[in-house]
Design a protein around this ligand. Structure first.
Ligand code: CAA
Length: 383
């Protein structure tokens, strides 16, 4: 499948590119040092419609397709990967899950506010003992009249501290494996939702990653997302879209590292000439550009498949697998091309290198993407 972007998609790309390079880029290095949450970026992004990108106009969204969303997210990631991951989880998992599985009341109540950026959404699936294997989660939700009482601990939650709403999974039937998992919308003002430890991370330092404790957290039954026992499928479908988001994020960081490396190679003199004249480096540049383009095509293809309403699980995992591994290779090569300077904070490539490291880990490791792809090809399950 080859891509001719529509006028609307090109317009989104150029608008977000301009905003990202003027506004988001300005504070990215500083935020990496201070770990300051990009609240002001997100406020401006809400005004531009970037926080409800695939939400229909009726719910205050921008009604973009997934291809437009991928282009926008890549542009934000080009300047600040921390801001991009907040945007990604908020749009791809939280808004989309409520859009696809929420009741009309939930859409009126929560989706509109999310799309307008009144608050940011988070997604709480992972637990201390349940990462790649979310079916083994321990959090429980017990029915109590017209409420559920949730207890448990969630780990590595993006925007755990700075979100206003969290989609939480819990076991409503502990014996039933994946069919015993349900999904709830829990708001920040719920006293039973307690923020725990904040991780001190290698990269994405301006995006908070925290534990969330659910302590006798009373949630109205009306805030269950989907039906009891449907939670696992809801989150798996959410993650299908989320993985396209991580691929888009990978593209943006890779392009930034590549542009920085090309610029440096054209400026730096060694052995009496620009280092860009050496064939050894020229071949590395060619390989980097080719890999970025391959990842772009895979990601856009997965996005277009989602837009055409076909099942896109395999394509999303392929895009996430390839793009996240690609950006780790590309940022490492970009740093190497900068020599000793690449290892310093004087150049942005060391930040790109650190930020990219988690892309092969979150929203399903590379190993899990291979499980998903091979299960779907072989039409059976791994043992
Ligand atoms: N869409 C719809 N249904 C799906 C599905 C999908 N993509 N994937 C699985 N299902 C369904 C299956 O059809 C099956 O249903 P039936 O019983 O009706 O047949 C059911 O779900 C169970 O499927 P599996 O038996 O394949 O489940 P499994 O336990 O073997 O796990 C897995 C499958 C792919 C390994 C899954 O557990 C997985 O993706 N693990 C990784 C978890 C992950 O990505 N965590 C990321 C945390 S969030 C995060 O990082 C966000 C952030 O903050 C940045």
């Amino acid at each position: 499948m080859s891509f001719k972007l529509t006028d609307e998609q090109l317009m989104i790309q150029s608008m977000v590119r301009e905003f990202s390079r003027k506004v988001v880029a300005e504070t990215a290095a500083e935020r990496d040092k201070t770990k300051e949450f990009p609240a002001d970026n997100l406020k401006k992004m809400a005004e531009l419609g970037l926080l409800g990108m695939m939400v229909p106009f009726d719910y205050e969204g921008s009604d973009s397709d997934t291809v437009g969303y991928v282009l926008a997210l890549s542009e934000i990631a080009y300047s600040c990967a921390s801001t991009a991951v907040v945007m990604s989880v908020h749009n791809s998992i939280v808004c989309e899950s409520i859009l696809n599985f929420g009741t009309e009341d939930q859409k009126q109540h929560y989706l509109k506010d999310l799309a307008m950026g009144k608050y940011i959404g988070a997604f709480a699936l992972t637990e201390p003992e349940a990462g790649s294997d979310p079916v083994s989660q321990q959090t429980t939700a017990v029915k109590d009249g017209d409420h559920y009482i949730i207890n448990g601990t969630k780990r590595f939650i993006t925007t755990g501290k700075n979100s206003g709403l969290v989609i939480v999974t819990a076991k409503t039937d502990p014996e039933a494996r994946h069919k015993g998992i349900s999904t709830f919308i829990v708001t920040r003002d719920n006293p039973g939702l307690v923020v725990g430890n904040t991780e001190d991370k290698m990269g994405l330092r301006a995006s908070d990653t925290t534990d969330l404790h659910l302590e006798d957290c009373r949630v109205p039954a009306a805030d269950m997302l989907g039906k009891e026992g449907e939670g696992f499928k809801i989150v798996m479908k959410g993650l299908d879209g989320g993985r396209i988001g991580i691929a888009a994020q990978s593209l943006g960081v890779a392009q930034a590292a590549f542009d920085a490396a090309v610029k440096y190679a054209k400026q730096r003199d060694q052995f009496g000439q620009k280092i860009s004249k050496f064939q050894g480096l020229r071949w590395i540049i060619a390989d980097m550009a080719t890999e970025i383009e391959a990842a772009r095509q895979l990601t856009l293809s997965a996005a277009a498949m989602k837009d055409s309403k076909k099942r896109f699980t395999t394509q999303a995992s392929m895009a996430k697998l390839y793009a996240s591994e690609m950006v780790n290779r590309v940022t490492a090569k970009a740093l190497q091309m900068h020599g000793g300077y690449g290892f310093t904070k004087d150049y942005p490539v060391e930040r790109f290198y650190r930020d990219a490291r988690v892309f092969t880990i979150y929203e399903g490791t590379s190993e899990i993407q291979r499980v998903v792809i091979s299960n779907n090809i072989l039409k059976d399950k791994r043992t």
